[in-house]
Ligand binder design. Structure first.
Ligand code: ATP
Ligand code: SF4
Ligand code: MG
Length: 326
């Protein structure tokens, strides 16, 4: 087992809404080792973005952290002061967002935006314009973008979606980071470009020996990219295993459902065989949140929440069918 870079323990988060406070994250437990590439897979609304935004402390004002701990490189993120947070965001973690048009500011050139990221990275000499330019050109080259000099002077709207997303990757990787978080980085791209962008992301992360958290709806994308997968359902990590292992055998009934409907995942439903949808977060069911749609639910599942327990070497599930019962 490696050394942990990120560790989240029993994290509970909800949001203030017109109807009241919601309970979205329901005891999230997960970790990422140094140099490890992890993917979080789950259908829309299950809390993937909430989880990674909590690591960076960039949750919206309406968000409430009810409990839990988040460690980044041994430090408790929820107890960090402003200076430590800035250091973590500037030099420790970078995030690639789902929509590159939102991530890039339309009124500034690509060059000035990459330079700003480099300036706050804490890299030696990063305050100098020449160093910023040199690192920016190098980063664009490394993401296979042609004519970096011209791109630096362009505005985001002058570039294609695929180019903009590669610029976001270049920006995230222009200076060394311990962790790169990519939140559905290819969802808005053509299928042919998706593959290219993922390959670039993966190879850049490997070269820089960074850790990666890749959020995706697609098990296929996770399989191509990650060493280990977390399956998330309604605010909980319900299963984790090395990528090869989870494709061979899924323990949790929800993971089994996911596997049986790979192409349907982004549509909101899970599997044809399992009716229903993610429960509402204002009054979620007690016990296992999958119980209302689980074909194997038992009495106990409706009362108690199953903990995430290791079933096999590195393979864990949060389900009373495996060892956690009785
Ligand atoms: N600002 C907010 N106010 C109220 N509820 C929110 C807010 N942001 C997110 N939520 C709710 O929290 C739940 C989880 O949202 P989150 O964005 O973390 O899910 P996700 O797994 O990233 O989904 P997607 O795959 O669609 O991006 C959803 O029900 C969502 O409606
Ligand atoms: S704990 Fe019970 S309801 Fe939840 S997934 Fe396992 S069997 Fe189904
Ligand atoms: Mg999301």
């Amino acid at each position: 087992m490696g050394e942990k870079l990120v560790e989240i323990r029993d994290l509970h988060i909800g949001y203030r809404t017109f109807e009241g406070y919601t309970r979205v994250l329901n005891g999230v437990n997960c970790y990422v080792d140094k140099g490890e590439k992890v993917s979080i897979v789950g259908e829309t609304g299950c809390g993937k973005t909430t989880t990674v935004k909590a690591i960076l402390k960039i949750l919206v004002r309406q968000a409430r952290i009810y409990g839990g701990e988040i460690f980044f490189d041994g430090k408790d993120v929820l107890k960090m002061g402003k200076a430590e947070i800035n250091l973590m965001r500037g030099a420790g973690i970078s995030m690639i967002f789902q929509d590159p048009m939102l991530a890039l500011n339309p009124v500034f050139t690509v060059g000035s935006q990459i330079n700003a990221v480099i300036r706050y990275s804490g890299e030696p000499g990063a305050e100098k314009k020449e160093v910023q330019k040199e690192l920016a050109v190098k980063a664009l080259r490394e993401t296979s973008l042609p004519d970096p000099e011209r791109i630096l002077q362009s505005y985001p709207f002058q570039l294609s979606g695929g180019m903009r997303q590669r610029i976001c990757i270049a920006m995230a990787m222009a200076t060394p980071r311990k962790l790169v978080i990519a939140d559905e980085p290819t969802t808005n791209l053509d299928v042919t470009i998706q593959d290219q962008v993922l390959k670039i992301l993966k190879s850049r992360v490997e070269e820089k020996q960074s850790s990666l958290i890749l959020i995706t709806h697609s098990l296929g994308v996770a399989r191509e990219t990650a060493d280990r997968i977390y399956v998330m359902y309604a605010g909980t990590m319900v299963e984790t295993a090395r990528t090869g292992d989870i494709f061979k055998r899924q323990l949790h009934p929800y993971s089994q459902a996911l596997m049986s409907c790979i192409p349907k995942l982004s549509g909101g439903g899970v599997a044809e065989g399992i009716p229903g949808r993610i429960p509402g977060y204002l009054n979620p069911p007690p016990g296992c949140r999958f119980a209302p749609r689980c074909p194997r639910a038992m009495e106990k599942c409706r009362r108690e929440q199953p903990p995430l327990v290791t079933v096999d070497d590195g393979h864990a599930a949060a389900c009373f069918l495996y060892g956690a019962g009785d």
